[in-house]
Design a protein around this ligand. Structure first.
Ligand SMILES: [Zn+2]
Length: 382
C-alpha cells in the first residue's frame, strides 16, 4: 500500500480508494465486488432455497422455545431493518422478547416507530435505559481519542444488553436485522469491531475523566466461546433468507403499521446521523453511503448511476447541520469552542490502543483448524 495511491473507483460498484486496502483487477472491478461473488453469495439466499431454509429455521426456533415464555429475542432500534424483522417475527408466529436499548439519542420519530411496531404486533417492550452519565463520559472519551468509529459506545451497549437479556430469560436465539442486501460491503480498514470491549475500556482509561458506573459490556470470551458453544446461543439473520429490499420493507411497514420513513439511513439516532454525515466525512474522508450503495448495487437493488447520483447529493443541509451541532453540544454539555477543539483533536487509529485483534485472528485459525479436523464448518458470527 502506497500512501499517495492514485484515485480510482470501481467500475461495477462505487467503492474507491478512500478504502486504503481496496484493490482492482484489469477490468477495474474492486476487491469488494470480488469478495461478494466468491464468498458472500454462498451465504445469501434471496430465493426459494432461502424460503425453505427459513421455514426450517423457524420450525427449529419454535420447537426449541416450546413451553418457554419467549422463543427468541429481537433488538428494536426503530430503524427499518429491525422494525421489519419485528413485524415479520410476529407474522411468522414467533414469540420474541422485544428489547429496546435507549442510549439517549433517539429521535422522536424513532420512538413513534417503535411504539407503532409494538402496538401492531402486541409485543411487551423491554426498554433498557443506559445511564446517561456513562454514555456521555464514553462518547466524550471517543471524541477526544479521535478514532473513526464514534458509534462504538452505542453499538456495544446495544448488543451487550441484548445478550444479557437473552441470558437472563434463558433465550437461545438472537434474531437480528443485519443483512447482506444493504450492508455486505464495508471496508475493514475504516474501523475495528464495536464489540471489542478491551479497546473500549482502553480508550476510556486513557481519555475518560469519570469512572463508568453501570455500562454493560460483553467480553471476548463470552461473545465467542461461552455464549455460542457452552450456552449454545445462536444469532440468526432472517433477512438473508429472503429477497430483502429496504425500499419494499419500508413500504410494507408504512402500509401495515403506520411506520414512517427517516428519509436517510440511521435517522433513528441523532448521534449516528451526526457521526456518519459530518464527523466521518470531514475528519476521515469516509462517506458511509459509499459501502451502503455498493452493497445495494451488488445485491441488485440499485444501479451504479443511481448510486452516483445519490453520492452527489450533499450530506447535510447547512441549517440542519447548525441546529444539530447546537443540540449535540447541549446534550453533551460542551461549549461550541470545546466542540471545535474535539473536531480538531489529533486522529488516532483504534489499533493504537489495546484491542482484541490478535485474539480474534487466533480464534479464526482455531475455528478453521477444528473445522478441518471435524469436517464441519464452524461459524461464529463475526
Ligand atoms: Zn466494486
Amino acid at each position: 500500500m502506497t500512501m499517495n495511491k492514485e484515485y480510482q473507483i470501481c467500475t461495477r460498484c462505487v467503492m474507491d480508494t478512500t478504502d486504503p486496502e481496496i484493490s482492482f483487477d484489469e477490468a477495474g472491478v474492486c476487491s469488494h465486488c470480488r469478495h461478494f461473488d466468491e464468498e458472500t453469495k454462498e451465504v445469501w439466499f434471496p430465493n426459494e432455497e432461502g424460503a425453505q431454509k427459513l421455514r426450517a429455521i423457524l420450525d427449529h426456533i419454535k420447537a426449541e422455545g416450546a413451553g418457554k415464555q419467549y422463543d427468541c429475542i429481537i433488538g428494536l432500534s426503530g430503524g427499518a431493518d429491525s422494525s421489519y424483522l419485528g413485524l415479520k417475527a410476529s407474522e411468522w408466529g414467533l414469540r420474541p422478547l422485544v428489547v429496546h436499548v435507549d442510549a439517549g439519542w433517539n429521535s422522536e420519530l424513532a420512538v413513534a416507530n417503535i411504539e407503532a411496531i409494538v402496538k401492531h404486533c402486541h409485543y411487551d417492550l423491554h426498554t433498557h435505559v443506559v445511564d446517561w452519565e456513562d454514555m456521555r463520559a464514553l462518547q466524550l472519551s471517543y471524541l477526544r481519542a479521535g478514532v473513526a468509529n464514534q458509534d462504538v459506545p452505542q453499538d456495544h451497549v446495544f448488543f451487550a444488553s441484548l445478550y444479557h437479556f437473552a441470558i437472563e430469560n434463558d433465550i437461545k436465539c438472537i434474531l437480528t436485522g443485519g443483512n447482506i442486501a444493504t450492508e455486505c460491503i464495508f471496508p475493514r480498514a475504516w474501523h475495528g469491531s464495536a464489540m471489542d470491549a478491551i479497546n473500549l475500556e482502553a480508550i476510556h482509561k486513557r481519555y475518560g475523566k469519570e469512572k463508568l458506573k453501570s455500562f454493560t459490556t460483553i467480553s471476548f470470551f463470552n461473545l465467542y466461546i461461552w455464549y455460542p458453544f457452552l450456552k449454545r446461543m445462536k444469532t440468526i439473520r432472517p433477512l438473508n433468507y429472503m429477497n430483502y429490499s429496504r425500499t419494499e420493507a419500508i413500504a410494507e411497514l408504512e402500509y401495515k403499521v403506520g411506520w414512517r420513513s427517516y428519509g436517510h439511513k440511521h435517522g433513528e439516532s441523532l448521534f449516528t446521523k451526526f457521526f456518519q454525515n459530518y464527523y466521518l466525512p470531514t475528519r476521515f474522508g469516509y462517506d458511509k453511503r459509499r459501502p451502503h450503495f455498493s452493497s445495494m448495487i451488488v445485491s441488485g437493488q440499485m444501479t451504479r448511476e443511481e448510486a452516483r447520483a445519490g453520492l452527489a447529493e450533499r450530506l447535510y443541509d447547512p441549517t440542519d447541520l447548525d441546529s444539530d451541532i447546537h443540540y449535540f453540544c447541549k446534550k453533551l454539555r460542551i461549549s461550541r469552542a470545546e466542540f471545535g477543539d474535539l473536531m480538531a483533536a489529533p486522529i488516532h487509529h483504534y489499533s493504537e490502543f489495546p484491542n482484541w485483534d490478535r485474539r480474534y485472528r487466533f480464534l479464526k485459525i482455531l475455528q478453521k483448524w477444528i473445522g478441518n479436523m471435524t469436517g464441519n464448518k464452524l461459524r461464529v458470527y463475526s
